[in-house]
Design a protein around this ligand. Sequence first.
Ligand SMILES: CC(C)[C@H](C(=O)O)[C@@H](O)C(=O)O
Ligand code: SF4
Length: 472
Amino acid sequence: MNNAKTLYDKLWDMHCVEVDEQGNALIYIDRHIIHEITSPQAFDGLNQHQRDVWRIDSILATPDHQVPTDDRHLGLEGFADPIARLQVETLDKNCEQHGINQFKLNDKRQGIVHVVGPEQGATLPGMTVVCGDSHSSTHGAFAALAQGIGTSEVEHVLATQCLAQQKCKNLRVNVNGELSFGVTAKDMILYIIGKLGTAGGSGYAIEYAGEAVQALSMEGRLTLCNMTIEAGARSGMVAFDNITAEYLKGKPFSPKGEQWQQALMFWQSLVSDQDAVFDKELQIDAKDIAPQVTWGTKPDQVVDVNAAVPNSASGKDDVQQQEWLKAQEYMGVVAATPMKNLTIDQVFIGSCTNGRIEDIRAVAQVVKGKTVASTIKRAMVVPGSGLVKEQAEAEGLDQIIIDAGFDWRFAGCSMCNAMNPDKLENQQRCASTSNRNFEGRQGQGGRTHLVSPAMAAAAAIEGHFVDIREYS
Ligand SMILES: CC(C)[C@H](C(=O)O)[C@@H](O)C(=O)O
Ligand code: SF4
């Protein structure tokens, strides 16, 4: 009998507390990250039932979705929206009441939960990580089992440190060979979602593997795992290796001294066994991946930058054809229009997908000595955390970006989902490094095209999409 296990099987087995005959399981949670949107009702529930928080030191909190990004010196007074302010104040109050570690609004470690956790070493290999946020899959890049949960589950984890779950099936996505120059982890994941479809990963935990994945930096792997949820899977992960270890060494929450050595020994085991069997495998050739641009209102409505908006008649069935037509109408695009001909109104660079230091370096490299096109109404770069901002400023990247005509902002989710003042106007077209292009996602009537940071930067300079591989 084959006892070989996948990485997911291993993580599951290590955390499974109990499972009944129907497969209903309880898994133990090691790290719980919270933000201002999905935690207030959870704390209300706890208080109503007079329950305490089970393991306070497993929790890390920071506000991100509703914080304004234009200025911070006013603190809470800088909020124009009283409801947004109340959410952030409520997070403060709950964290104070329960003694929870929070990086508050004016703490330079504040930022988007999925940027802050990794950069602190709060997400470690072998952990189960949850957050009341669908992009919690991001943390799986560290060979962790990470997933988004709902508000009632946030309450359950706060109270019991456990989560009710059914085990998923195993899907491995192998990206073989080497990515072409100028093609990034963002293009890789958009391409994968294009192949899988937005429901293709449903019921699976995805492991990303193959030479092109192994060659990615930790930041690239975070981008990859981040968008797992857009393929319908709750968890995505990458096996542990030296790149993981190097990234975590010396991070504030990482183990130190003798414990670091012990951890390294244990972490080596966080890979799928050689003969582990996956329920499904997808093979991708890295050299087939070109820079990607979405044309529609779902992340799988995506094409190569050199392609055109597809003709709805080529949709696989009636349902898809109707869906494409509707998406094209909303997006104000017409079949057969080359993607490069689409002119852009706004550019948003940031989010938990692409708001890390390597993303900002890539942007600075593209825009250095150039100027944002006069037709662009606004181009903004929003670091994913205060520490990313600080690092970028130490490297002088902010000045390059500002000189090119971009806004340089404070950390937060910003225009990724417009729960704060950063929004698109009706029918404005945006090149965005975020992860969702749903109708109204970046503001009512706004039209989002998902791209990599370098592609967004080049689109800002030219006023339309260009192939970054031919751009200098
Ligand atoms: C507000 C929050 C719950 C939501 C999520 O779960 O993903 C947000 O982060 C998003 O990206 O839409
Ligand atoms: S940056 Fe966007 S996707 Fe990420 S947590 Fe914030 S709103 Fe969600």
